[in-house]
Design a protein around this ligand. Structure first.
Ligand code: ATP
Ligand code: MG
Length: 424
């Protein structure tokens, strides 16, 4: 992408109506546009990053046997009444509207009900189970607070996977796989060292649910990390936080009456996994015939992640006073190629390098604009692409490229072939 053609411009001023760091930075860098409080549009750079995150999640969900589908936002009142989740006194974040004939409908805030009903047409025998279906779909939630930028919005894409198993045992086998897939996602998104698997108050069937919490000052939650415990309880071994410590929410810590040296941290819930059991299958009549021909309710679980919330946390924790610092796998582009000056020979060299990188499958944002170096570097730091290649009179004289990592201060002159190697 040539930056001269990119319609979004960076902004020098911090938007005055935003208090969260992620929204301030992402607006200044041209990743998102604020429609209204708690509602943001994704601009081209923002969509590239969001889609990178979505694709990581998709790969991991496919890896554990998930089948992707897409359910509807419009929801039928009668269906949700059957599970007692239509009433505003029970669910306080519904957006509801009416059809022309006055029939009430809701805009889905989650999708257990419609998917359970849909599965009644697809599950009848034990041979149909287990099965796992997921989607990336827009949820609507009338959130009371919207102060956290893209981490808490009123309209957002959620990845929600639902598991349908024969019994609790089969369910738990999948639940463990889902846990591992979630860990992979947070590690790949660069958050492995800051994200913890947390014991949270559970649902109806399981005592605890699991939340994935990323440590950040921007968080609305508090988690307690046991400094003494190095994860024996989880029986896992890894350098990543997400794999090696038990963490508790305040409620659970109290409930278990835990003693020891606990560290209190602000954190953002980036994902959660739930054992639903037969709450929805019983209410909606989703059963299967077991091997003896007996009708048994399907045993369910649900697994959510908000890709934009993840993007917001990444912006919060990987940024400095100059701007964003994207981890490699979620950066909008791999390389920011910056051409300095107006020398036609430099331009030719940069143009050729741009084409060459593209032909090798490297994604590049090419700053081909005629601006002062200071402005270009400021933009480059604000946008936060992990690697910067600078081409100028100085580098052309030695037929090299000046290479700099966004998260480091030093620069190095490299031959093109060597510069290419660091991208792998
Ligand atoms: P919270 O307690 O933060 O409101 P939640 O318990 O309502 O979260 P779920 O309903 O389990 O969250 O949703 C699954 C995932 O969707 C969350 O872990 C989070 O990543 C994301 N998510 C939830 N609400 C929002 C929102 N308003 N904006 C963006 N992402 C969200
Ligand atoms: Mg919520």
């Amino acid at each position: 992408m040539r930056q001269s053609k990119l319609f979004t411009k960076t902004r020098k001023e911090t938007p005055v109506d935003e208090i969260s760091k992620n929204a301030q930075l992402l607006i200044k860098a041209g990743f998102i546009y604020k429609e209204m409080s708690g509602v943001y549009a994704m601009l081209p750079l923002g969509l590239l990053t969001l889609n990178k995150i979505i694709n990581i999640i998709r790969e991991e969900m496919n890896g554990i046997g998930g089948q992707e589908l897409s359910l509807t936002a419009l929801q039928e009142k009668e269906l949700w009444e059957k599970t007692n989740r239509w009433d505003d006194a029970v669910v306080d974040n519904w957006f509801k509207t009416k059809l022309k004939n006055d029939t009430e409908v809701g805009l889905g805030f989650t999708h257990e009900e419609p998917l359970t009903r849909l599965m009644k047409d697809h599950i009848s025998s034990y041979r149909d189970l287990p099965l796992y279906a997921y989607q990336f779909q827009t949820k609507f939630r009338n959130e009371i607070r919207a102060k956290s930028g893209i981490m808490r919005t009123r309209e957002f894409i959620m990845k929600d996977l639902y598991s349908f198993s024969k019994d609790e045992k089969e369910h738990m086998e999948f639940y463990e796989k889902a846990k591992q897939a979630y860990k992979n996602i947070f590690v790949r998104a660069g958050l492995g060292d800051l994200t913890y698997l947390t014991f949270a108050s559970g649902g109806v069937f399981s005592k605890y649910s699991h939340e994935f919490q990323t440590i950040s000052d921007s968080g609305e939650d508090i988690v307690y990390i046991n400094k003494d415990d190095l994860g024996a309880g989880l029986n896992m071994d890894s350098r990543h936080a997400v794999l090696n410590k038990e963490v508790y929410t305040e409620e659970v810590k109290k409930e278990l009456n835990l003693s020891g040296d606990f560290e209190e941290n602000k954190a953002v819930e980036v994902g959660n996994i739930f054992t639903l059991g037969t709450r929805f299958s019983e209410a909606l009549g989703l059963t299967y015939k077991d091997e003896d021909g007996k009708e048994v309710p399907v045993f369910m679980g649900s697994y959510g992640i908000g890709p934009a919330r993840l993007m917001g946390v990444i912006a919060e924790v990987f940024s400095d006073d100059k701007g964003l610092v994207w981890p490699r796998e979620v950066a909008p582009y791999e390389v920011h190629l910056v051409k300095l000056g107006v020398n036609p020979e430099v331009s030719d060299f940069a143009d050729r390098l741009y084409e060459d990188l593209k032909s090798k499958g490297v994604s590049v944002l090419y700053d081909d604009r005629d601006l002062r170096p200071g402005e270009k570097f400021a933009d480059s730091d604000l946008i936060g692409i992990p690697v910067r290649f600078v081409v100028s009179d100085k580098t052309l004289a030695v037929e090299k490229i000046e290479v700099k990592y966004r998260n480091k201060t030093d620069t190095e002159l490299m031959l093109e072939a060597d510069a290419l190697k660091i991208l792998n």
